[in-house]
Design a protein around this ligand. Structure first.
Ligand SMILES: [Zn+2]
Length: 105
């Protein structure tokens, strides 16, 4: 059994002629999640494809490296690992394997 109702929300409205008509509201897309830890991303609107197209580029995701892909905590860890790898204080084997894809990018 689904945890959330899969059907669209129904509202009854009265037409100008007086007849009631049932309108269906389209479902909202699910919230964007972090690619590493799966937590919900803030600053990314829950809108349809058309709704997203109406927004400016900077309104769609945070303006920082990996904005709209990773959460702030994961970005912080990846930036640290990248700097430490470059300085030679850690080896690639010591980096979290889930971060390797982003550290190399
Ligand atoms: Zn994360």
């Amino acid at each position: 059994m689904a945890a959330f109702p899969t059907k669209n929300k129904k509202t009854t409205k009265r037409s100008p002629g007086g007849k009631p008509s049932v309108k269906h509201k389209p479902n909202k897309p699910s919230a964007a999640t972090c690619g590493v830890c799966g937590s919900q991303l803030h600053g990314v609107p829950r809108r349809s494809t058309v709704g997203m197209a109406k927004l400016a580029k900077t309104e769609k995701r945070p303006e920082r490296p990996f904005g709209g892909v990773l959460c702030h905590a994961c970005v912080m860890a990846i930036v640290k690992e990248k700097a430490r790898l470059k300085a030679g204080t850690i080896t690639p084997r010591e980096v979290d394997f889930r971060h390797l894809k982003y550290v190399k990018a």
